[in-house]
Design a protein around this ligand. Structure first.
Ligand SMILES: Nc1ncnc2c1ncn2[C@@H]1O[C@H](COP(=O)(O)OP(=O)(O)O)[C@@H](O)[C@H]1O
Ligand SMILES: [Mg+2]
Length: 229
């Protein structure tokens, strides 16, 4: 059972002004939000949030009987307007079946599908998850959307389904590098994700490098995945 926020000012992070919080609340409820919950890993005085970054704070909410993630621009964001950009790329990605489904937005927030699960970096994934995410990266490559934060493993949620999140830094590109960034993180770079990969794949780094070189000119995902198997 989720409990509602104790103090509505929590949604205006970190200024906690009554004015902005009320304006945000009004707009969120007009867009169909039924409730905003105190839930998640981030402590904010009396309340909790599910995520916090440099530009935004994310709350769990309820929209048409569905759990949603409400991403709100921070009042101290140094990249004002970045949420607007994220809306643009998220809508594009959704058009190709990628990313959390977007349900509503205004200049200050995005209401989107809540994805249950752990971040990729937490390591609870299997081989099929890796192939699935590689295919999603390929869809973005073919759509000309470069996510730009795929490496790092903090922008992919692995749960019942695998979902790439946070399109804030995305841009259009003639040579998107989603697949290359993702597989380099998995198989080539020194990171936690690779530690888990070593447990579930038997691979040679040079072979992966060759596969990525071959992938570059044609974006052929079938061959790539067949060869990693
Ligand atoms: N749609 C979502 N479903 C579930 N959790 C989410 C969702 N979007 C964001 N989160 C959580 O909030 C955290 C921060 O989100 P993110 O979009 O990366 O914010 P920022 O751009 O401010 O870094 C994520 O790491 C994740 O834990
Ligand atoms: Mg971000």
């Amino acid at each position: 059972m989720e409990t509602a926020l104790k103090d509505i000012r929590s949604i205006d992070y970190p200024r906690f002004s009554h004015e902005r919080a009320s304006a945000l609340k009004k707009s969120l409820f007009e867009k169909g939000i039924g409730n905003i919950y105190s839930f998640g890993r981030v402590e904010l005085g009396l309340d909790r949030a599910i995520g916090k970054g440099n530009t935004s704070i994310i709350f769990l909410g309820n929209y048409e009987n569905k759990k949603v993630s409400i991403k709100i621009e921070r009042s101290d964001s140094e990249r004002k307007g970045s949420l607007k950009k994220e809306v643009y790329y998220l809508i594009k990605a959704n058009g190709h079946g990628v990313g959390p489904k977007i349900y509503g937005y205004d200049d200050n927030f995005i209401i989107m599908e809540y994805i249950e699960g752990d971040l990729l970096i937490e390591g609870k994934f299997n081989r099929e998850d890796i192939f699935d995410i590689t295919r999603q990266c390929n869809v973005l490559d073919r759509a000309g959307i470069n996510h730009r934060q795929i490496q790092g493993g903090k922008h992919i949620i692995c749960g019942e389904k695998n979902v790439i999140i946070d399109f804030e830094k995305a841009h259009l590109s003639n040579s998107p590098k989603n697949v290359t960034s993702f597989l380099s993180m998995c198989f080539l770079s020194d990171c936690l994700v690779r530690e888990r990969i070593k447990e579930i794949f038997d691979f040679q780094e040079d072979f992966i490098k060759t596969l990525l070189k071959e992938y570059k000119p044609n974006s052929n995902i079938g061959d790539l995945i067949k060869n990693i198997q």
